[in-house]
Design a protein around this ligand. Structure first.
Ligand code: IPE
Ligand code: IPE
Ligand code: MG
Length: 245
């Protein structure tokens, strides 16, 4: 595979994306915001294929935040439909054929309709043995909620305070099998995290791009990986060659 000048030995293990700018993309074309979400789903599929081509083992996307329920009911319903009907039903078989394992992180609370939970479970079950790449969809996800839920789980298990350390919290996050992201990409020219993976991205490299998510394609992913490869990750140390722990 032609990696287009990228170093095959320094492909990030985990890339996470804040897929932002769908609404602005649509408005710019004189379309309703919802059309941006539909187009954003196409972009996600292309980016996921790009991640596969690069051999990125873990690819995570922020699809719906715990704060996105504040949006008008009609937009929320449309977003749920795009995620559950397009991504988890129409694309599911394509992703499965590509060997992608689909997983979810987020709160399974009363706000998530039962039919959406069902589609999520079906997609996860169908693809659970796939090994080409793990695509994690952050849905009804909030980084603070995730930390609260981890602490609640520890308390419910009766873990004494002196045993609560970083490893214990990390083990109780929504999916402890996923490594921390090496690279986080945010589109649409916004320079914020918006409650995404706030525990996990403590040492991630952040790449911001002005591209609106519906225009994001695998080439943009490569560009972000190129920027990542030019960074010097020191993990608090003096020398990047020493690595984290
Ligand atoms: C990202 O696009 C999609 C979600 C947040 C679910 P937006 O809908 O936030 O688009 P903008 O930021 O308003 O352009
Ligand atoms: C972040 O985008 C959430 C997702 C991409 C799902 P938002 O558009 O909701 O974030 P803010 O409101 O600009 O911070
Ligand atoms: Mg936005």
């Amino acid at each position: 595979m032609d990696l287009d000048g990228l170093d095959p030995h320094r492909i990030p293990r985990h890339v996470a994306c804040v897929m932002d700018g769908n609404g602005r993309w649509a408005t710019k074309q004189g379309l309703p915001r919802t059309e941006g979400h539909r187009a954003g789903e196409e972009a996600l599929f292309d980016a996921a294929q790009g991640a596969l081509e690069l051999g990125i083992p873990y690819f995570t996307v922020y699809a719906f935040s715990t704060e996105n329920w504040r949006r008008p009911g009609e937009e929320v319903r449309f977003l749920l439909n795009v995620i559950a009907d397009q991504l988890l039903t129409r694309r599911r078989d394509d992703l499965h054929a590509l060997g992608v394992r689909i997983r979810f992180i987020g709160r399974r609370d009363w706000r998530v309709p039962r039919w959406v939970l069902k589609r999520m479970d079906e997609a996860a079950r169908l693809t659970e043995r796939n090994t080409a790449m793990t695509l994690t969809v952050a849905f009804n996800y909030g980084g603070r909620a995730e930390i609260v839920d981890a602490v609640r789980a520890l308390v419910e298990e009766g873990v004494p305070a002196r045993k609560i350390d970083e490893k214990a919290i990390a083990r109780h996050l929504y999916d402890p099998s996923i490594p921390d992201p090496d690279l986080v990409i945010r589109t649409s020219g916004e320079y914020r995290i918006s409650n995404f993976l706030i525990w996990e991205l403590a040492y991630s490299e952040l790449v911001f791009t002005d591209v609106l998510w519906p225009d994001f394609r695998r080439e943009n992913l490569r560009e972000a990986v190129r920027e990542f490869q030019a960074r010097d990750r020191r993990f608090g140390n003096t020398d990047s060659r020493r690595g984290p722990d």
